[in-house]
Design a protein around this ligand. Structure first.
Ligand SMILES: [Zn+2]
Length: 309
């Protein structure tokens, strides 16, 4: 059952000490890697008697695959996930992102950047933006990205699985893009604005996003938002060590309780063997009662057989 609230704001904001979320991108059907994140975020929220929200991260519109958002929702329903409130879609949140951008501009934390991709690729280390446009006044004609000025100090967190983690944004990342040259808002800005709007207190997601987390914490600080707790999960990888994705041919997961069972074991939860062929409802009962985030391994792993073509 899905609890839907009227309007676009969930009913229970402030009502819970734990508000978690699952935020897939609609770039294809859920695969085993994304199911792991869904299972962990849901079990952790429910084990804390918290709420669990769903957000479709379709901010990067050119990457959206038509129909996949609905496909994802159907898969989650079939696997027995229950979310609170209405599903949030980032494509309907552009005014909120524009307001956040304006606030950052007003505080002189942004600048316009006209560097092209090929100009940046020609730099000796193109993973760190060296601030080429930081002190130039580029015209506001739309043909520019907007970058956030980062601070010259480390941003750190203590992740619930991965432990202490930090990034010195100025030395290791550089001023980063919050609105793209094509006019779309960057993922980093959208996710931070949405997490704050939805009152998210706990973020459970894949370790591929750990590297983004200091940027997001810095943005939260710039916007006077509260920083949630973070838990980053090991990734399901293929035999070449690559993250499972549409690109690495992870097949469309089956809507069977076996998938839940396999995901729980991937997450170190040691579900008893007799649970494997039980209903989703029974598996969830066990998972929520017995959930231990301390059992989640740090290292990326191969999924059980059958999930990679
Ligand atoms: Zn530039």
């Amino acid at each position: 059952m899905i609890h839907t609230g009227p309007g676009n704001r969930p009913l229970f904001i402030m009502a819970s000490h734990y508000i978690g979320r699952f935020a897939p991108s609609p770039t294809g059907p859920l695969h085993f890697g994304s199911i792991i994140t869904a299972v962990a975020s849901y079990a952790d929220a429910r084990a804390h008697h918290g709420e669990w929200l769903l957000r479709i991260e379709d901010v990067d519109e050119p990457r959206t695959v038509p129909g996949s958002a609905d496909d994802i929702l159907r898969t989650l329903e079939a696997l027995g996930f229950e979310w609170s409130g209405e599903v949030m879609y980032q494509t309907r949140r552009k005014e909120a992102y524009a307001a956040a951008l304006q606030q950052l501009e007003k505080n002189h934390l942004t600048y316009r950047c006209t560097c092209t991709r090929s100009e940046l690729q020609a730099l000796s280390d193109n993973s760190i933006y060296p601030g080429l446009c930081a002190h130039k006044h580029r015209p506001k004609n739309g043909d520019h990205a907007v970058r956030l000025r980062v601070a010259d100090k480390p941003v750190s967190l203590v992740d619930a699985v991965m432990g202490p983690y930090q990034r010195h944004l100025k030395n290791e990342v550089g001023d980063f893009v919050i609105r793209r040259r094509d006019g779309l808002f960057a993922y980093q800005l959208a996710v931070v604005v949405d997490d704050a709007y939805q009152g998210i207190t706990h973020i459970v997601r894949g370790a591929d996003l750990l590297d983004s987390t200091p940027r997001q914490i810095y943005l939260q600080q710039c916007l006077n938002y509260t920083t949630p707790d973070y838990l980053h999960l090991p990734l399901a990888i293929n035999s070449e060590g690559e993250k499972l994705s549409k690109q690495t041919c992870a097949p469309h997961i089956k809507t069977e309780s076996t998938v839940l069972f396999d995901a729980l074991n991937f997450l170190g939860q040691q579900a008893p063997a007799e649970l494997e062929h039980e209903s989703c409802e029974i598996i969830w009962q066990w998972a929520i009662t017995n959930w231990q985030h301390t059992a989640i391994p740090k290292n990326n792993q191969l999924p059980p057989s059958g999930y990679i073509v």
